[in-house]
Design a protein around this ligand. Structure first.
Ligand SMILES: [Zn+2]
Length: 364
């Protein structure tokens, strides 16, 4: 049986909820994680129409990019669409799940996935998150180092880029004197002991700290293992927006391509040199005008995002072409990420794209 929680866990393996912004509310919003998941309907926003579609199609899970419940609900009396959707979802046993800013920041998340539609290559993060990486160091008798490393890797440590099982070891000597009441693995109570040890270092995401430390402690032979947990200032492999290269394309041609690929009713854009050929493009799904400076700093000639205001356009002094393609348009392909995750992990589970979903913004 595949549960609602199993589907959520698969999505969170790709986009851990620890990556979400402080204002966000990603995760399971309505429903029992232990209940069987029969089928899932995929969308960007949960609407009453989409919930009706899920019920009609026998899908007892709706997976959206935007969370339905963002702030606390004080009552559920049907006065607002959110209250009505929550009440109806509970009544019909439909779980509501969202992966929002955690999906934005995930490796291969919202922006990287959308940018691939444009054919961007050599993709890098535009605004990596900081404070998400730890180094965990421990000191192990050499004969036990391999087992301790393996335990930490299994718990989620030691991933760097496309590599796993990363660690660093150095030989040294540990000293200790067991006190009364101790039961030392080596050495005698009351005697100073020197032991050849290996200093083992691994890197880990901050949200795996407890799991990695617990795994290390359980594999470590000492009664009182020494270890350090060190916060790193390194840019993390998670963050907002991407920048990449594109084969030389005239600016107006690229805007026309974007309009077609993202089904945009109208692109509003600014730029003083629309004659140039574009080879470097920054993209951020959703509402990311605050990353204009990062896009300029990354050498992009064009920045594509949604929700750009007048002063956002003008504040860049035309040092970059800014293309405002709409919030929904820039995030619409996020449903495909959900689909791919589910298809890979649960090949026989039914995940459907909503047929009722539409951009709620129209263009005249
Ligand atoms: Zn959004």
């Amino acid at each position: 049986m595949i549960t609602i929680g199993n589907i959520a866990a698969a999505i969170e393996e790709f986009a851990p909820t620890a990556l979400q912004e402080s204002y966000d509310n990603a995760g399971l919003q309505v429903g029992d994680p232990h209940a069987e998941a029969k089928a899932a309907l995929l969308c960007i926003d949960v609407t009453e129409e989409i919930l009706d579609e899920a019920i009609a199609r026998g899908a007892n899970m709706v997976i959206s990019h935007h969370p339905l419940i963002f702030r606390g609900l004080k009552r559920i009396t049907g006065r607002s669409p959110i209250e009505r959707i929550v009440a109806k979802a509970i009544k019909h046993d439909v779980a509501l799940y969202a992966a929002h800013t955690n999906m934005d920041s995930a490796r291969g998340g919202v922006s990287a996935h959308a940018a691939a539609k444009l054919g961007l290559t050599d993709i890098e993060l535009l605004a990596p998150q900081n404070g998400k990486l730890l180094k965990i160091v421990t000191f192990v008798p050499s004969a036990h180092a391999a087992a301790v490393k393996e335990a930490m890797w299994q718990a989620g440590a030691g991933h760097i880029g496309n590599y796993d099982s990363c660690s660093y070891s150095m030989q040294g000597t540990g000293t200790f004197r067991a006190q009364c009441g101790a039961n030392p693995f080596v050495g005698k109570v009351g005697e100073l002991h020197s032991e050849p040890e290996e200093r083992v270092e691994v890197i880990a995401p901050s949200w795996r700290k407890d799991a990695v430390v617990a795994a290390m402690l359980s594999a470590h032979p000492y009664e009182e293992p020494a270890f350090d947990v060190i916060a790193l200032g390194n840019d993390s492999p998670w963050g907002f927006g991407v920048v990449g290269n594109i084969s030389p394309t005239p600016a107006m041609q690229l805007l026309a391509d974007v309009k077609r690929i993202f089904h945009v009713g109208a692109i509003s854009y600014s730029g003083s040199n629309m004659e140039q050929s574009i080879t470097r493009v920054a993209f951020c799904g959703g509402s990311a005008a605050e990353l204009i400076g990062d896009a300029i700093g990354a050498g992009a000639q064009m920045f594509i995002t949604g929700d750009v205001k007048y002063h956002d356009f003008t504040s860049s002094n035309h040092r970059i072409i800014i293309a405002n393609i709409g919030h929904y348009e820039s995030e619409q392909f996020t449903k495909e990420i959900f689909f791919d995750i589910i298809r890979k992990k649960f090949p026989n589970f039914a995940a459907y794209y909503s047929e009722k979903e539409r951009n709620q913004i129209n263009y005249l």
